[in-house]
Design a protein around this ligand. Structure first.
Ligand code: DAH
Length: 346
């Protein structure tokens, strides 16, 4: 068999065999079998030296053509294999875009937070600052400086979670009044609300919870009066219970205010005519308030001859319960989504 034929056979064989190769690894082996150092062409090259000189160029040309041809088959097969690999990967990783998506349970604002934020918005609109204080409070701020001396009945161990003799879980947000007045180095005007959690040693039932939320308000200025207090609280009542609501003030007692009042809102259910919800009085109590007691101003360094103030404190749960007809305070803390989801704020 002459060389030409041998080369032609080799090309034909390679053309056929390359098609069987299915991986890049095998293809590399295939390549070295023909074109590698110890491959078929090295064998053929050895024959070159025995040829007469005039045949050498023809021989060289033929070998090169054969190499080129085989190389081309190999490259073509490489493209085919690579495409097959990509196609297989695509098949495996196919995403069915028509499948229904996973539902992410996006949360919503808790009803108590919604009410808190609504009230904050109202007061920010009236020029108030929102302040916060610690839930672990000292006795001096929670009681003493609010004119609740050591033997006052409201300080009974029954009502307060004491941590040490002098530290406790605040029983109301009123200590933030004290903190704000003490912090005000100029002893100038103050206009704040303070929302937050408070704690009482109560047994939990439908109307009592050992933890609940309050929003405190304090205004201190050179000319403040009960009329300002009443006008402010009327705004709160209208915002929370509707623009037709009215309020009334009843005399009451708090150690930190003098005079003190309890504030009722006209019943939104019966429009003041009397029904079950308002116990047939037409009115529902919503908060406590009053003019800041001189002793409280003085205890925090304010000149009570120059300054007066008014203050108020409301329970957020109570407002929510009245507004939405919720009859068990524990609902706010059970985190039952069937309850929570009813109050969307969108
Ligand atoms: N701190 C009172 C309570 O927890 C509520 C209160 C009443 C706050 C009258 C006040 C106020 O600021 O003036 O029952």
């Amino acid at each position: 068999m002459n060389v030409k034929q041998q080369l032609e056979n080799m090309i034909a064989e390679a053309k056929e065999q390359v098609l069987i190769v299915k991986s890049i690894h095998e293809l590399n082996e295939f390549k070295s079998k023909y074109l590698g150092k110890k491959g078929s062409f090295s064998e053929i090259a050895k024959m070159m030296k025995d040829l007469p000189n005039d045949e050498k160029p023809v021989f060289g040309k033929l070998t090169n053509e054969a190499k080129q041809a085989i190389n081309e088959y190999i490259n073509n097969q490489r493209v085919i294999i690579e495409e097959a690999i990509i196609n297989e990967k695509l098949m495996k990783e196919t995403i069915d875009v028509t499948l229904p998506g996973k539902e992410f349970g996006i949360g919503q604002t808790h009803l108590l937070t919604q009410i808190k934020e609504e009230i904050e918005d109202l007061f920010i609109g009236m020029g108030y600052q929102v302040m916060e204080g610690p839930e672990v409070e000292i006795d001096e701020y929670n009681f003493e400086k609010l004119n609740l001396p050591k033997d006052h009945p409201a300080r009974d161990m029954q009502d307060t979670f004491y941590i040490t003799d002098e530290t406790l879980l605040r029983t109301h947000t009123s200590p933030v009044q004290v903190r704000t007045m003490l912090d005000n180095s100029e002893k100038g005007p103050i206009k704040i609300i303070c929302p937050g959690k408070v704690y009482r040693r109560d047994d939990d039932d439908a109307t009592h919870s050992h933890q609940f939320m309050q929003i405190e308000g304090l205004v201190v200025d050179e000319k403040t009066s009960m009329a300002d207090l009443k006008g402010t609280l009327l705004e709160v009542a209208k915002k929370m219970f509707g623009s037709n609501r009215d309020i009334r003030l009843r005399p009451s007692y708090f150690p930190f205010t003098e005079p003190s009042v309890e504030v009722d809102v006209s019943c939104a259910n019966c429009n003041g005519k009397g029904c079950n919800i308002c116990k047939h009085t037409g009115w529902i109590e919503i908060l406590g308030a009053g003019m800041v007691n001189d002793k409280v101003l003085e205890a925090s360094g304010y000149d009570s001859k120059k300054y007066q103030g008014f203050a108020f404190g409301m329970g957020v749960e109570r407002i929510a319960m009245l507004k939405y007809g919720i009859n068990d305070i524990r609902m706010f803390y059970l985190n039952d989504l069937r309850f929570n989801k009813q109050f969307t704020n969108e």
